[in-house]
Write a protein that binds this ligand. Sequence first.
Ligand code: G3P
Length: 213
Amino acid sequence: MTKLFLDSGDPKETKEALAVLGMIDGQTTNPSLIAKNPEAVGKKFTREEINEFYKGVVREISAQIPKGSVSVEVYADANTLAKDMIKQAGEFNLWIPNAHIKLPTTPEGLKAASELTKQGIKVNMTLVFNQSQAAAVYAATQGAKKGDVFVSPFVGRLDDRGENGMDLIKNILQMYRAGDGHVEVLAASIRSLEHFTKTIEFGCDIITAPLKA
Ligand code: G3P
């Protein structure tokens, strides 16, 4: 059965989702969602301050869904090295007991994922736009337990640039069927009811969607 996550950086939305749906299986956050949190909008933070704010937010979320998974994303750009991501991941992982650390699916992010999964830290590999990235995630995290590694293809963003996001989900699921099942596919950047129904029809492991979807 497809698990349902909320894509939001606001614990008030967790509460709302729980009130509407009765339960959710997890929540995904990221730096841009955190910046959109009503308490952060318009404020200027140092890196230390944003980390403190982010920690408070994920703790509030985690307390509401203690049995779920909460994705916490490292601050990274095209030049961020694996060692910096590993350092942030180690720190963020201590904030809550149910974290998946989100890392970009770049060569350095993959290096970090390989190291972190060996340490038993759970990861969510994000910004996935093609099948090769998903294959690289599988290879980099060999040996991890099912549930410890998510791969997040960005369906809506692919549609935005004229590609078919749902095809990518289908192809990754098919490719992984030949494997040991240690990576779960998390459909992200979900915008429409069609994305929702198709993801479920394909038997995708997890779907994350904003409250309005
Ligand atoms: O789940 C990833 C998400 O936060 C990005 O969504 O709609 O901005 O592409 P979107």
